[in-house]
Design a protein around this ligand. Sequence first.
Ligand code: GRF
Length: 206
Amino acid sequence: MIRLALLISGRGSNMEAILTAIRSGVIKNVKPTVVISDKKDAIGLEIASNKFGIPVKVVSQKGIKGWLYDSQIVTVLQNFGVDPDSGLICLAGFMRILSPEFVGRYRMRIINIHPSLLPAFPGLHAQKKAIEYGVKVSGCTVHFVNDGVDSGPIILQQAVRVVNNDTEETLSDRILQQEHQIYPRAVKLFAEGKITVVDRHVSIMK
Ligand code: GRF
């Protein structure tokens, strides 16, 4: 069993999509062990706890950054048995950049979802940037986390057409629907041991 930790900061809809896929048996061999938030009022905490019965922990910021903060997360992960060589960490709207120490410790075992077709529009407000730039196609990307911002090896991507009169909200909504498809799919592939990574290149076994 792969012990999974989900890190959130807010709504937690991607977390919910992953937990639903695990509960329904679509994803096997993964045990959700803890949901961690940096915000105590994250709505996703209630969903994790009330709907799925998963332990939740808040590691609030208190103005600390980098490894000083991340080491507190690592302590929670250790307490829940999410180990660097066997665990999995899914960032699901977690609004902090992880320190190189944290990423190095859990190398290729931290996954993130981003609402654009990377490497286009990394960072915050990806959907707004896509609209402003005038792209005709955007989408979402599931990737491993490396030391950069939204720059790790890409696991899955899904394109979403940008249509006339799209606003940040309408495009975000359509991209989010696709996020809920590809994030659980990527976790399933990981859990089935179907992902191999060489440098930046992710291969997926058929
Ligand atoms: C999603 O758009 C995700 O791509 C981005 O943050 C948002 C999180 O939404 N990283 P939710 O909390 O999963 O609903």
